[in-house]
Ligand binder design. Structure first.
Ligand code: GLA
Length: 404
């Protein structure tokens, strides 16, 4: 039987069973927050961005909705370690170091994350953690870091010299992650970190990720265009069974509101990431976010579905008469269990039209009874044995059907 990260934590802490796992561990729901990378890559890896974003979490009401982690991605350190082998925050970006920023963010009721890499260097060429895992974990714990994204550049593979990106297949990538996992377990008594594996879905990470971390990137990057939403969203359907409390498929940062994606595509992007229980991490500059995008990412009904305590990811289902899924395209019909019902996602991924389902055909519903439902983007509600929506191209409807 697969040993979960939470089980490992319990073992490591030798703490009393169930309650200890719940009280002591993180990642029991998909994490919600913000990451600097899509905002301005290396230029956004600064105290200024972290603190400005924390302020926006409060003023825009995002914190109240569950957005919690302020995560700084690649390029926050200097290009070399100090004489003692420690990572050094770039003084131009962190004039007072990391700790005062983490402290300030904690004082606002939020959490703070950083980025590192399992190889010799990060993807952007900053120091990686290979061979420095326990020292780096101790540094993170000392600074009060809550979240550690761990990338897979300049990792060992059968290529010489070591490339930035190993060819696929790259062999057993678990060995890249085990030393840092163990180092993080080693500092659990002082700091509980969320460990986010970023290996771009290599080596079927979803089959082993829960033994190594709390979430794992299941694809290469979301490049902010519709093709990325199609590529990543369609791939999520086949791996839904691996997501659950303590270990979630990470579909990558949310990129809606960019010039490469329209409003319909943004709603599908957010809705599909939410129902497949991906972490909801805004890759947006909150100083510039539009009212339209804000309305999507603040949709409480959809956030509540993402954060449902059951933590079960939706996947596709095929109603009678519907065409079979096509690889790489977003299938229209999705459903997943909730603690008090079922979520149905209807996606006009390939054509606009009328999308209807009879509840008797939906996994988790069935029978001939009538159900109450609510559609979360339009606010429409109803009671009956089916739903039907006219959906514009690339838009989505997210319907919660209550069974309680
Ligand atoms: C990789 C990751 C991205 C980002 C960059 C930073 O490409 O997949 O999410 O962290 O590295 O260099």
């Amino acid at each position: 039987m697969k040993k979960s990260w939470n089980a490992l934590l319990v073992t490591a802490l030798a703490a009393p069973q169930e309650a200890a796992a719940l009280n002591n561990s993180v990642g029991l729901k998909p994490h919600m927050g913000w990451s600097s990378w899509n905002v301005a890559q290396c230029n956004a890896a600064s105290a200024r961005y972290a603190l400005a974003t924390a302020d926006k979490f409060i003023s825009l009401g995002l914190k109240d909705l569950g957005y919690e982690y302020i995560n700084i991605d690649d390029c926050w350190s200097t290009k070399s370690r100090d004489g003692a082998g420690r990572l050094v925050p770039d003084p131009a970006k962190w004039p007072n170091g990391i700790k005062p920023v983490a402290d300030k963010i904690h004082s606002m009721g939020l959490k703070f994350g950083l980025y590192g890499c399992a190889g010799e260097k990060t993807c952007a060429g900053y120091p990686g953690s290979q061979g420095h895992e326990s020292g780096d974990a101790a540094q993170l714990a000392g600074w009060g870091v809550d979240f550690w994204k761990y990338d897979n550049c300049y990792t060992p593979c059968n290529q010489n010299p070591r490339p930035q990106t190993c060819n696929s297949p790259a062999g057993n990538t678990r060995t890249w992650y085990a030393p840092m996992r163990d180092a993080i377990l080693g500092v659990q008594a002082t700091r509980k970190l969320h460990f986010n594996l970023c290996n771009w879905g290599r080596d079927q990470v979803w089959t082993w990720g829960a033994q190594y971390g709390h979430s794992w990137r299941m694809s290469v990057d979301n490049w902010g265009d519709w093709a990325s939403v199609e590529r990543i969203g369609s791939a999520a359907a086949g791996i839904s069974q691996y997501s659950g409390p303590g270990g979630f498929n990470d579909l990558d940062m949310l990129y809606l509101g960019s010039s490469k994606i329209n409003a319909n595509q943004g709603r599908l992007h957010f809705g599909l990431w939410a129902i497949t229980k991906s972490p909801l991490v805004l890759g947006l500059d909150l100083e510039k976010i539009s009212a339209e995008t804000l309305a999507v990412v603040r949709n409480k009904g959809i956030i509540d579905i993402n954060q449902d305590s059951l933590g079960k990811a939706a996947t596709t289902f095929r109603p009678p008469g519907a065409a079979a899924p096509v690889g790489g395209k977003i299938y229209p019909y999705w459903a997943g269990p909730l603690s008090d019902g079922v979520v149905i996602g209807l996606c006009a991924g390939t054509s606009a039209g009328t999308y209807a389902v009879n509840f008797k055909d939906v996994p988790g519903l069935g029978g001939t009874r009538s159900y109450s439902w609510k559609e979360m983007y339009t606010g429409q509600t109803g009671t009956g044995t089916s739903v039907s929506f006219n959906i514009a191209l690339h838009d989505m409807r997210v319907i919660k059907v209550t069974t309680a």
